[in-house]
Design a protein around this ligand. Structure first.
Ligand code: BGP
Length: 463
């Protein structure tokens, strides 16, 4: 790469932080909330469930005060569908509606822009029992839910995200499907139905909310070839299309990605598409793209000998390989976190450039962060210099991407506050704010600012 003079982050850049409802709120059955698939999911022994989480439901005012102290310009959170419509499709729950009114009003009173995700892994359990996303009735339920969100919050929330990491839900379905892992064929049907549902929500948003912007939030990661032999390059291309472009080509261009579609045909995974679906999808244009980025992935050519797939811990960021498609490769140039996730700050720049070049829409980093076993010191401090280093390096690469010409409008590290990880409970912390609890001991739930909190505060101030 040639060297350039660094461009500044834009003046109105959305320096933010992220969370999701089921991982942070707790109060899983309070004030009329219905159960979601996450509430009935049984975690492995020794790992906490999502019932209390960080008890943000009862601490939201205190938490927003901390956001204001940090100087956040934006906060990305998700709305729990089951608080608004407890069974997913029936009666509306006034107390649930009120909670998000209060949360959003509190953010606005503190000059923090709310960025609301409509659905983040927590499908209402009643809908799940009825076939979940494989059943087209879930599309209607999502449309009804979207309408209620826009009616209520459309005047106050400018940034909407439809579905969080649809590609993760399809490629790593274990945490989202309690009781039974659907077949690939069914998963691609679920995926198609989610595309239709997002398109309906996008159209509704444009119709009902004058100034709002809406977009998808997939987990996007540049895929590297392990070696420079052409067959590894091809495998990387294939996997990038199947894992990433499939989801954004539909959202932005309204068509299935060619390589992904031919893979689905070959494997017999193509979904049933009803008359009018593709026209509807093509009509619904997102205004921006949310990018959840943790690390790049490295792959090599399939051997197709029954050993391509090496399931590991089921993590969304760890490639496991797929028979006849690709194998997980090794990348000796990158470090790993304690939880086996690669760390690749330059990869963030590569990823942003690839996405922007392909779609030419504004990008918002909706997640990026480091999961670690933080330790609370006796004097109530948390010295997470490794997280500061991680963020520093990634912010720098984001600035380089801006310098390259990428239209990046904001950056929301995962996570604002410690919360329950998707697979590893409370032992894997991401927050800028520490929460005093352990896996099986709720302790005081006190909020304690980590060193990264103070560092980010300074960084925002100087930018
Ligand atoms: C993303 C999810 C988040 C979050 C994050 C970290 O894929 O959108 O919900 O949890 O990854 O993952 P984990 O909690 O598994 O460490």
């Amino acid at each position: 790469m040639f060297y350039k003079e660094l461009k500044e982050f834009p003046k109105d850049f959305l320096w933010g932080a992220s969370t999701s409802a089921y991982q942070v709120e707790g109060a899983y059955d309070e004030d009329g909330k219905g159960l979601s698939v996450q509430d009935v999911h049984t975690p492995p022994p020794g790992i906490t469930d999502f019932k209390v989480a960080s008890d943000h439901y009862h601490h939201y005012k205190e938490d927003i005060k901390l956001m204001a102290e940090l100087g956040l310009k934006a906060y990305r959170f998700s709305i729990a569908w089951t608080r608004i419509i407890p069974d997913g499709s029936g009666e509306v729950n006034e107390k649930g509606l009120q909670f998000y009114h209060d949360l959003i009003d509190e953010l606005l009173a503190n000059n923090i822009d709310p960025i609301a995700t409509m659905y983040h892994f927590d499908l209402p359990y009643k809908l799940h029992e009825n076939g979940g996303w494989a059943n087209r009735e879930t599309i209607d339920a999502f449309e009804k839910y979207s309408k209620i969100l826009f009616e209520n919050y459309g005047g106050k929330v400018k940034y909407w995200l439809t579905i969080n990491e649809q590609n993760v839900m399809i490629n790593h379905p274990n945490a989202m499907n309690p009781g039974r892992i659907p077949s690939k064929k069914e998963l691609y049907q679920q995926s198609h139905n989610m595309f239709v549902a997002s398109a309906k929500a996008t159209l509704l948003c444009h119709e009902m909310c004058e100034d709002a912007k809406i977009g998808p939030a997939p987990n996007i990661t540049a895929i590297y070839a392990e070696k420079c032999n052409p067959s590894d390059a091809l495998a990387a291309d294939d996997w990038e299309s199947i894992r990433c472009w499939l989801y954004l080509d539909i959202a932005v261009h309204g068509r299935y990605n060619t390589i992904a579609w031919s893979y689905m045909e070959e494997k017999g995974y193509t979904p049933d598409i009803e008359a009018g679906d593709m026209e509807l999808i093509a009509k619904a244009k997102p205004d921006y793209i949310g990018v959840n980025y943790y690390a790049t992935a490295t792959v090599c050519a399939s051997k197709n000998d029954g050993t391509d797939c090496q399931p590991r811990n089921g993590d969304q960021q760890v490639m496991i390989g797929e028979e006849g498609v690709y194998r997980a490769g090794v990348n000796n140039y990158l470090e790993q976190t304690d939880f086996g996730w690669m760390v690749d700050s330059i990869g963030l720049r590569v990823t942003l450039r690839r996405v922007y070049d392909r779609y030419h829409l504004p990008l918002l980093i909706t997640e990026n962060g480091l999961g670690a076993k933080d330790e609370l010191q006796a004097d109530k401090t948390v010295h997470d210099d490794y997280r500061i280093d991680y963020l520093k390096r990634h912010f720098h690469q984001a600035q380089l991407a801006i310098t390259d010409g990428v239209e990046l409008i904001g950056y929301c590290p995962w996570a604002f506050i410690d919360l329950v990880s998707t697979h590893q409970g409370y032992g894997k912390r991401y927050g800028l704010v520490y929460v005093d609890r352990e896996e099986d001991d709720l302790k005081s739930l006190e909020r304690i600012k980590k060193d990264s909190f103070y560092w980010y505060k300074e960084f925002i101030l100087n930018n």
